[in-house]
Design a protein. Sequence first.
Length: 236
Amino acid sequence: MKISIHQPTFMPWYGFFSKIAHSDRWIVLDHTSNNPKDSAFFSRRVQILVNGEPFWFSIPLIKSTTKEGRGVPLNEIKINTKNPKVFKKLKQTIEMAYKKAPYFNDYFYLVEDYFNHESESLTVRNLSFIEEVMKILEIETEIVYSSKFDFKTKSNRLLVDLLKENGATTYLCGNGASSYQDNNFFLENGIDIEYSAVNHPIYRQLRRKNCIKGVSILDLLFNMQKEEIIEHLLTK
């Protein structure tokens, strides 16, 4: 059983979906605490291309009552929906950036559905987007939620607890994990480590001569034929 663990990030990049596609099960890390103001908190921001250049696209959140927003469980973070003009501007930003892309009309509904969603929950909206993209890309990986297991542990211990509870033999993790996780601890608990090898498509992007990797999956969907994306997902 190969399992990946990841927070439900905001309109994620291709590598996020590649890791899920090569997992038997994805554990959504939805109960851990976060600082929404942290620049590495990718559940609220992602890069898109505006006029061919990377642009950080983010959504407004309801201000936390905790000090500086620290210690907020992800599944309790809410989107600030009080100003509809903000949402309208965000949708227009994506529309103006991509309306000339070949498959824009096929997938702009993903953006509209995200901003028109009835829930204020950041996790709910992010997961709704992710699950719809999984359907488009024919990713059938099973999804479970970390909050279901009510573990109080943290860091490597939490990951191992979740993996063992779900019968994992292999933990599929991102390359960035090597800087903070103790691989020996996983091996001592009978879990092999595998780092995700992302076969990122090289495709034609609007107003660019060379392809920039790491931007939102929207960029890929708007610019590349779905069947070609799926073909890349099937390889490593």
